[in-house]
Design a protein around this ligand. Structure first.
Ligand code: ZN
Length: 396
């Protein structure tokens, strides 16, 4: 079983000699007769259902320059059968044969014959990405099952790389998917992922596309597909890395894999007091009650920039069962001696529960001094309140 990437075949070529059977409701042949679009075992044409929503979408994508995805053909002798892509090819063929129309931005419908010459050429010249597979039917079926269901499916970036193959991807891979690149050691402190599986490249693209331009990675790749340099991608990535290096005086393992692109966009214009930042981090890093160490970096950036203590980022540990039980026992013993409720807030309220002794299961632990105000999660700072009063008070 062999699969070869065939690039450069245009919509015009694939739709040459396209035949559609109205009777059977399927595309039959294309590519000047050497392509069987719908071998017997395949489904009927479904894209014309729902008022042709999907076939129209194929044409709209092509007109906008968006990719329509990979096509897989099976080579049988000197002929080809479509393994995957028959619906898309049939949409293209049917449109070129004026069998349906597509609405433009102003809502007017246009058949292929009535669109302007530039759009016509754009559709006809669109290049398709085709994989030619060769092997026995069993092999091909097995392989198809593998790429689709089991095995290691292509990840997002691997798919994008094949869809947008061209000079940009080649250069980008040489930089970001190259295990010999000596910058890799620096990047690895902050960026997670497998170089060979294009994961560093993915991050670099996400940073520049999503965080800097607020567009999808695929859109960015489509736009730059035939660029002959990757300066913007490379510079932005290094800018983020430099900012991290300069902002944090110490590197922690937990810094690897954070959303640095987003944090850079949010905070790179702040003038941080680096010593203060380092001290705050150090304190949180060694605070046993902070269970989410990954969150401390954003917490400190946000706190120093805005004064906001976003404790959600830290997952501060709650009191454990032993601490609660000890606090409960002490409080209850004292309450019984003084003939009052073991919930201090019920006592203060002086209402009907002022003398009620709550059961352990009816109470919850509360930080006397909120953690965010410096209160620790230890016994001295633990008090049990009835559920009503604890919820009234809220945490932190
Ligand atoms: Zn109470």
């Amino acid at each position: 079983m062999k699969a070869t990437l065939l690039e450069g075949v245009t919509v015009k070529e694939i739709c040459e000699g396209f035949e559609y059977s109205e009777l059977e409701g399927k595309g039959l042949y294309g590519w000047s007769g050497k392509l069987t679009i719908q071998p017997e075992y395949q489904r009927n044409y479904l894209y014309s259902e729902n008022d042709g929503e999907k076939e129209k979408a194929v044409i709209e994508s092509v007109l906008k320059g968006y990719p329509i995805g990979l096509l897989y053909f099976n080579k049988v002798g000197d002929r080809y059968e479509v393994l995957d892509g028959q619906q898309r090819i049939t949409s293209l063929g049917r449109y070129l044969k004026n069998l349906f129309s597509v609405k433009d931005l102003t809502g007017n419908s246009h058949y292929f014959k009535s669109i302007d010459e530039t759009d016509k050429q754009k559709i006809l010249d669109t290049k398709l990405t085709i994989y030619i597979c060769e092997g026995t039917e069993t092999e091909i079926k097995e392989w198809f099952k593998t790429i689709n269901i089991v095995g290691i499916p292509l990840n997002k970036q691997e798919i994008s790389n094949s869809i947008y193959s061209g000079s940009f991807v080649t250069l980008a891979k040489a930089e970001f998917s190259n295990s010999q690149n000596n910058r890799l050691n620096v990047w690895r402190a902050y960026v997670k992922g497998n170089v060979k599986r294009q994961e560093i490249l993915r991050t670099a693209l996400e940073w520049v596309a999503k965080n800097s331009y607020d567009v999808a990675v695929d859109e960015y790749m489509s736009f730059h597909r035939y660029d002959t340099n990757i300066d913007e991608l490379k510079n932005y990535f290094e800018q983020v890395i430099t900012w991290i290096n300069e902002t944090f005086t110490k590197t922690y393992d937990e810094m690897c894999g954070l959303e640095w692109g987003r944090l850079y966009e949010e905070y790179h214009e702040e003038n941080f007091d680096k010593e203060k930042l380092a001290a705050e981090l150090e304190k949180l890093y060694y605070d046993g009650y902070v269970t989410n160490k990954n969150g401390i970096f954003e917490y400190v950036l946000k706190f120093l920039a805005t004064g906001d203590k976003d404790t959600k980022l830290l997952h501060v540990r709650f009191f454990g069962p032993n601490e609660k039980r000890r606090a409960y026992d002490e409080q209850t013993k004292e309450a019984k001696n003084l003939d009052r409720s073991n919930c201090p807030d019920c006592v203060l309220e002086k209402r009907r529960n002022a003398k009620k002794i709550w059961k352990f299961s009816e109470m919850e632990a509360d930080h006397v001094t909120a953690w965010s105000k410096g209160g620790a999660t230890d016994l001295k700072n633990c008090q049990m309140l009835c559920k009503y009063h604890n919820r009234l008070k809220g945490n932190f």
